[in-house]
Design a protein around this ligand. Structure first.
Ligand code: HAS
Ligand code: CU
Length: 554
């Protein structure tokens, strides 16, 4: 027997009041993304030996890079995800949300953002988004980031509570797919943030306020990367939700397997955290055995993405065929490429193939050791977080902002152009930076200030710089569409897009689906796995703390 879920039974009584906080989170997210991305072209020019610092409103490459990384990597993603991961499941489950609590979380996150910005914009926190100690920022930077995380966890708790409530009121039923995926991501986020929250609360914040005499760089570095890998799945999984559930429906087809989609999300919950050491391949002071163990686990987190590629491609194929596409690839051309939301997401997937493939290369320690701390790494992550995440979120916004604001999408053709330019620019910057990295050009370095620049390789440099400028045009197109949409008059209800929940068949009686729905049990298993993999390492680090970095005043 299978049940059909996902179809939203009309607008729920309080859907209007739910839309306001969701829109607030999403608009702050995009504002952060626009400001953060505006600093991108100057980073790209740095990699083409063109030094514009001093003439742009940042005093150094490092200040620009911090603003770019913090706003795009941490603020944009956390605000966007918090908005959609409470809104979609609440609409799907048709439950009442504690809106006061959600608004309180929003206010706390805004306060945090203000603190962080006050430090970065005044050049008192040019410590990059990784804030490795003993580099030190003023305390508002760290307190601000902690508040952003705390606010998102408050919303996580609300969604987890709603799902538990729904289960109590629907005994024996399987959680509908979007709610299942969203709850899984929130649980993963709670497990993921243990590292960064304890790093900030117990070490960095007291140290930056002058209460600790010194700090152990290896311990804080390892706590950061405990969070640092799994955070990338927090960034990308809302995009996966859209690819699995919304995109096939938007394109005119259907998701071919609800069960595979659940399995992929469950695997992310189980295996995302215990791989952080693959970011510490060259860290001294951590035995090779620990690194090998986490390299092994890194290979466990590749299959759920490969499964996603298979399931989503097959689902899109149903759409292409339904639209008359024939042959092996005819379905691809038959997709509705004039719909900016569909075009953007399919392009995000195409570019993500190279991003994922380079991730698979980096997963092997010998490969990683050759390019670690070169420009290859930002090359890799611009075609993961810059495409799979950011381009998908932009593409989603082309139906989501009209849906939430009750307005019609402005300048649809410009929106289509924006996603093509974004995909081309991100792909270009990914290839350019990786190519430079293979020549040994270092990452995170103000190389354009070197005289002479020892890393001159004209072709990849030109690709990187030109792509940065293409991305700037893409950003301007996005801005035009979004501001135009928000300033448009309110549309007729029939012109406002609904959430594209497809009709997804759930195998309610399947033993496996029922087992996968026991999220309490899986949270415990995930926690135990993390404890087994990370526990002994942290025990050693905690009992051998070497607070060598002297606590100088900022
Ligand atoms: Fe990564 C470094 C390994 C995925 C982000 N990564 C980074 C950093 C960032 C980042 C930000 O093992 C740098 C951090 C820093 O500042 O130091 N990464 C991986 C692996 C994966 C991976 C194994 N990364 C991501 C994602 C990110 C992201 C996703 C952001 C969203 N990464 C590493 C490693 C390092 C690293 C090392 C450390 C490097 C170092 O030395 O510091 C995997 O999860 C990738 C799996 C993905 C796939 C692709 C599946 C493709 C799909 C699209 C299908 C297309 C369709 C099109 C359906 C296997 C799902 C349809 C049409 C058709 C015609 C088919
Ligand atoms: Cu990683």
């Amino acid at each position: 027997m299978s049940a059909i879920t996902g179809a939203v039974p009309g607008e729920a009584a309080d859907s209007g009041s739910l839309k306001a906080p969701a829109l607030a989170f999403i608009l702050v997210a995009f504002a952060a993304m626009v400001v953060g991305s505006a600093f991108g072209p100057s980073q790209a020019l740095n990699y083409a030996n063109i030094n514009v610092y001093g003439s742009v409103p940042t005093s150094s490459y490092y200040q620009g890079l911090t603003i770019h990384g913090v706003l795009n990597g941490l603020v944009f993603t956390t605000f966007f995800n918090t908005g959609v991961l409470f809104y979609f499941p609440a609409r799907e489950l048709n439950v009442r949300v504690n809106l006061g609590w959600v608004w309180l979380a929003f206010a706390i996150m805004i306060l945090g953002l203000a603190f962080t910005l006050s430090a970065t914009l005044t050049n008192n926190a040019s410590v990059l988004y990784t804030f490795y100690t003993p580099l030190k920022a003023t305390w508002p930077f760290y307190v601000g980031l902690a508040l952003v995380v705390v606010g998102s966890l408050m919303v996580a708790a609300e969604t987890i509570r709603q799902r538990a409530d729904w289960k109590r009121r629907n005994p024996g039923r399987i959680t509908p797919l979007v709610a299942y995926m969203s709850t899984t991501v929130w649980i993963l986020w709670a497990l993921t943030t243990i590292g960064i929250v304890s790093e900030l609360l117990f070490w960095i914040i007291p140290w930056s306020m002058g209460f600790l005499a010194g700090i152990d760089p290896l311990l804080t570095f390892t706590l950061f990367w405990y969070t640092g890998h799994a955070i990338v799945y927090f960034w990308v999984l809302p995009a996966y939700i859209s690819w699995y559930v919304f995109l096939p429906h938007e394109a005119g087809g259907h998701l071919i397997s609800d069960t595979l989609a659940r399995l992929a999300f469950l695997m992310f919950l189980l295996f995302s955290v215990e791989v952080g050491l693959h970011h510490e391949t060259t860290a001294p002071g951590i035995a090779m055995g620990w690194k090998m163990e986490q390299m092994f686990f890194t290979f466990f987190i590749i299959p759920p993405s490969l499964m996603t590629a298979f399931t989503v491609a097959a689902s899109l194929e149903t759409a292409g065929h339904a639209r008359g596409g024939r042959g092996w690839f005819g379905w691809l051309g038959a997709l509705p490429w004039d719909n900016p939301s569909v075009a953007g997401q399919v392009l995000a997937m195409f570019t993500f193939i190279l991003g994922g493939a380079t991730g698979i290369l980096l997963a092997s320690m010998p490969n990683d050791a050759m390019v670690h701390d070169t420009a290859f790494i930002p090359g890799h992550f611009h075609i993961t977080v810059g495409t799979a995440t950011a381009l998908t979120f932009i593409a989603m916004s082309y139906w989501l902002i009209p849906h939430l604001s009750g307005r019609k999408l402005y300048a649809k053709k410009v929106a289509v152009v924006s996603v093509w330019l974004w995909a081309a620019g991100m792909m270009g910057i990914g290839v350019g930076l990786m190519w430079q990295g293979l020549y040994g050009t270092p990452r995170r370095d103000w190389i354009s200030a070197l005289s002479p620049d020892p890393f001159v390789h004209p072709i990849p440099m030109a690709i990187t710089a030109a792509s940065g400028l293409v991305l700037l045009v893409a950003l301007l197109c996005f801005l035009l569409v979004t501001i135009g949409t928000l300033l448009s008059p309110r549309a007729q209800a029939a012109d406002v897009p609904a959430i594209p929940f497809g009709n997804v068949a759930i195998a309610e009686t399947s033993r496996w689906v029922r087992l996968m729905d026991r999220l309490g049990l899986w949270t415990l298993v995930a926690f135990l796995l993390i404890a087994v993999v990370y526990g002994p390492l942290f025990w050693v680090l905690l009992t051998h703390q070497i607070p060598i970095a002297p606590n100088t005043a900022y």
